[in-house]
Design a protein around this ligand. Sequence first.
Ligand code: SAM
Ligand code: SF4
Ligand code: SF4
Length: 368
Amino acid sequence: MSARVIPLHDARPAPAALAPDLADPPALPLADTLGRPLHDLRISVTDRCNFRCGYCMPKQVFDKHHEFLPHADLLSFEEITRLARVFVGLGVEKLRITGGEPTLRRGLETLVEMLARLRTPDGRAPDLTLTTNGSTLVKKAAGLRAAGLKRLTVSLDGLDDAIFQRMNDVGFPVADVLAGITAAQAAGLGPVKVNMVVQRGVNDDQILPMARHFRHSGVVLRFIEYMDVGATNGWRMDQVLPSSEVQRRIAAEFPLTPLSHSAPGETAERWAYADGGGEIGFISSVTQAFCGDCNRARLSTEGRLYTCLFAHRGHDLRALVRGEPVDDARLAGAIAGVWTGRSDRYSQLRGTAAAAAEPRVEMHYIGG
Ligand code: SAM
Ligand code: SF4
Ligand code: SF4
């Protein structure tokens, strides 16, 4: 391995210690120190990806020398499902499978089947979804649907093939992702959401073509502000195109009307085309931080619990599910202890000394 490359799992700080038990069962609903409930769990099932999007896994860093996690370090499907069951018992109502590129994890359909069988304490199936770059959907959409996946989100940053190939940096053609979206719709994985990360000067000329393409298609297109996640993408504020500007450009061609938020903690501000062309959304994590009602926990590929996308440290849940036997009640106590102690609000502090102080984990590992 070359000297300049630090294996990511070595570069990560040691996980915070976790107490596996509390004297009493946690009082529900759980609330963190800012009164925010635990509602969503994002599960990263692999740190690997077949794309090298510059804003997430730049090729210069994630090159052939980069060491991904060995398979033995990954949580098994049984471990993921057990942890997810405990989270659901603590109030989680939405599970999102992510990565890396989650569809690269062998046998993902089996995990989907296992997660689809979970039930909330009052007997409901949690909302189960997946975020993918769409590259494998032509092959996999029908199998994922049959396994119990209800819907999914595809990331797509433009329609111009040259721009898209430059952004994924592995020469992957846009036509294959579009075919994957069609396959997902045909399999009944709807409504499909498409996420576009907007970088000023890189793909902002794709905003209108994307809007035109997905109007009247049943796909909900959402524009995401480019974020300063991780430590490798060389983020600069002047590369962020504020959602307000994206919205202004779209509204100049297609008048928009506001929709209400669909659920507490929903990240996207939702709008509809006034002519009935469907819904679009704006995720303004940089210019309008939504930490105030952030109810998302993240489970990393190797089983660490992160309470913020910009967290410095995770809590080692794998040690609890693989070490000395710990029953589910004590596991729940440990997770509840982390959540009730949570005070993260990075996006509200962005730019301050407090936010700059700590290194951050990479997004493909923690799960976007
Ligand atoms: N590989 C899958 C994909 O691309 O959809 C799932 C993992 S990816 C890390 C999850 C989401 O994070 C994607 O929609 C991606 O566009 C978004 N993302 C990654 N880096 C980002 C950044 N720097 N700013 C904003 N969004 C980012
Ligand atoms: Fe891979 Fe998704 Fe990151 Fe792109 S955004 S490099 S597709 S994990
Ligand atoms: Fe949630 Fe952290 Fe993002 Fe704020 S910065 S919205 S706390 S993940």
